[in-house]
Write a protein that binds this ligand. Sequence first.
Ligand SMILES: *Cc1c(COP(=O)(O)O)cnc(C)c1O
Length: 952
Amino acid sequence: MTDRPSLASLSTPFARRHIGPSAAEVSTMLDVVGQPSVSALLSAAIPASIRLEEGLDLPAAVSEAEATAALRALAARNRPMTQMIGLGYSDTITPPVIRRNVLESPAWYTAYTPYQPEISQGRLEALLNFQTVVSDLTGLPVAGASLLDEATAAAEAMTLARRAAKKIRSNVFVVDPDVHPQTLAVLRTRAEPLGISLVVSSSLPESEFFGVLVQYPGSSGMLRDPSSLISEAHSRGALVAVAADLLGLCLLRSPGSLGADIAVGSAQRFGVPLGFGGPHAGYMSVSSGLARSLPGRLVGVSRDAAGAPAYRLALQTREQHIRREKATSNICTAQVLLAVMAGAYAVWHGPEGLKQIALRTHRMAAVLAAGLGAAAQTETFFDTVRVSVPGRASEVVATAASAGVNLLQVDDDTVGVSCDETTTVEHLRVVWTAVGLDVTALDVPALDVATADAIPASLVRSDAFLGHPVFSEHRSETAMLRYLRRLSDRDYALDRGMIPLGSCTMKLNATTEMEPVSWPEFANIHPFAPESQTAGYTAMIADLSRWLAEVTGYDEVSLQPNAGSQGEFAGLLAIRAYHRDRGEAHRDVCLIPSSAHGTNAASAVMAGLRVAVVACDADGNVDLADLRAQIDAHRDDLAALMVTYPSTHGVYEQTITEVCALVHDAGGQVYVDGANLNALLGFAKPGKFGADVSHLNLHKTFCIPHGGGGPGIGPVAVRSHLAPYLPNHPLRADAGPATGPGPVSAAPWGSAGILPVPWIYLRLMGAEGLAAATGAAVLAANYVAARLRDSFPVLYAGQGGLVAHECILDLRPLTKSTGVTVDDVAKRLIDYGFHAPTMSFPVAGTLMVEPTESEDLAELDRFCDAMIAIRAEIESVAAGTWPADDNPLVNAPHTAAMVTGEWDHPYDRALGAFPSGRSADKYWPPVRRIDGAFGDRNLVCSCPAPEAFASI
Ligand SMILES: *Cc1c(COP(=O)(O)O)cnc(C)c1O
């Protein structure tokens, strides 16, 4: 025996890097909370009836180097190819300056959704660039800040048209047969529960219809002029949506100029890697009359307290949170990071650069077709041609693949070939050869000279686009680098400090987790590549599905939904299908507690369910008496209860098992919203304590960064009786059960490209690491609650006065007595160097704090100290030391310009800007408090002219 440490004890588990507080800090925190140990804390907080006895059955934790090596072995089983498959996904070149300084930069990817606009001006400007790109190219005045993908954007267009075509009684939506197959499939999934019937036809039916969707150019590559169809549809009172390719639009007449009301599509080929299907930014733009019904988020221009222009989310900000079952869509998390990348791609290339890329792409396709001669079937096209190869399609596809090029097999006799910005003459030669042409002697330059463009004159674009200076000022890499840095410097993200947002779980997004996202073996895979090329993805997906089933206690998991909201929709569709298959199709009532996240009710409506609200009692728990009454009232038509656990009030409700039993006894299914899984992992499993289905948010609990408001993944997990009803996909049989209701995302596994993040996280943490993280998260929330309780009442607590992983601070009494609002406190926190907690959700007039396990004690204390100091400032307002309309709270945040300019406030400049003492590291907000109402009254949602900023 020696006293030398063992080999095993000489490595540091990653969990110690992921979890902020050290062992010593944990014991300090336990003292404040009044608990002897973390396990005692969790035993006291979590109801015994749901607590796990055994640990999780997961692979043992490994080091960062080992996890990376294991993932590299999986990645090596994917085969990146030259992707000429098309179907809405194209190879693209991510400019390295954008890849490294946006996609791989924590200043961008760790940011939160810009609900606090004063500290989000950089990403808001970047999104405004994206909106301007979409608006200019589609020729429609109002574009949103991204949707989830092209197919769901098309579904949103369908429901927008349904709402807008008010005079039309018919529920028929006409769909162009030449739309992408996954778009048609998602439309079918989304139409059915709403009673919309799809008519797939290239001409308009005799009978009434409310809307039309055409693909421009068609999925086959065919370019048709939709203008007469549009005017005929308009004359019959219907709306027309055009699914358009943004790169094509650089050369083609815009949908707006052709008369379309709505344009949708994907911005993927603007520099966003394929990633086996996502994440990419879907887009939507609309005519001005439809601006107020636009789904998703919209960035607008307003002004700050000094009158300077400032950006903010306009109009329907958090619309579904407010309107719930009356919301126009359930979109919450979207695709911000990818929209930022696409906007930056346009800034980098500018209008001439984009036009050149588009023209080169088109010329490649034109020369390709010319070389094919009579075999080329498509006469007018932008980038895609269909090729006639009677009886030989699979052989042609295989021959091209053996030369490194993927083509689309349309049927036995036809292949499709799509060109893009990466296409070279060599690739054309591969295609020609695979088709059986002898091209050794072919003079390609001569063929080029002899070949005309294939765009009909009537569809050639003549109007300019992207005339705003931002699209021409950043052409050198130095200028671009500085522009991206300037924007991110305006923002507060996790790389600056804590973002204690309740229900959002802003935890560490580790570098090791993020790195594989840009590996070519994950980034450059087409979602419809042959299965033989995607074995690494398949294995990673199988691992992750198994691990997520284990940690949640469910039997099957679908990784297809690309946001929590989409997981909700998929889960509710499964419930609906289950009832139908049992001959109980009449069960269509979904009970939802009043405290629920707004997406819950919006998703229920999308799934064809009627929403009935269940009250909460004075302690914030589901009111059992009301639940019983509602169940009685709906006993015959009860479909489901949708409940969040632990509740959005931050409490482990004691009655959860009873609640589940009551619903089951009445024939209903239990949906547990799993967004708060960070309070359960390793300690309780929803699938074991009575729930039938949950969605998880991998962008909360499992470390995918928020990206400023997306991407995300919202897998849906079910018990075996619901497994036959999980989403599937028409182009990948192994993506879901044949009995499923269809796809809810465009790609078979949604945002597959970011699955490496949760995969690595689970490998690094193992069962013990995950449980330790849960313990640290619950301890941190209780520590914050204990430290702040005397300054701000903690609204709800459970057993033993303990909260779960978040706590609600009640400001309403203070607001009533002093006039200081949650807004004032949120903005004052900026002066103290913090991102505000969640404001007024789930209870108006409160702040919800979720510190997560990743913040160390110093940062937790800095936050608590700031909140306590703010409480003292509120006292000074109450005491009359400062007037109610001129004090550091109502004037917050304080900009550098403000404290160095004229000063006539009743407190010191230094107190304004440096409330916790002078610091060289201070975060300076770029604008003062933003006037929201002004921005909504004067809607501007593309880049304002530079003169607007002349005063600053
Ligand atoms: C975040 C959240 C959702 C919605 O998830 P998205 O990915 O934003 O669509 C749903 N429910 C709860 C409780 C949440 O916190």
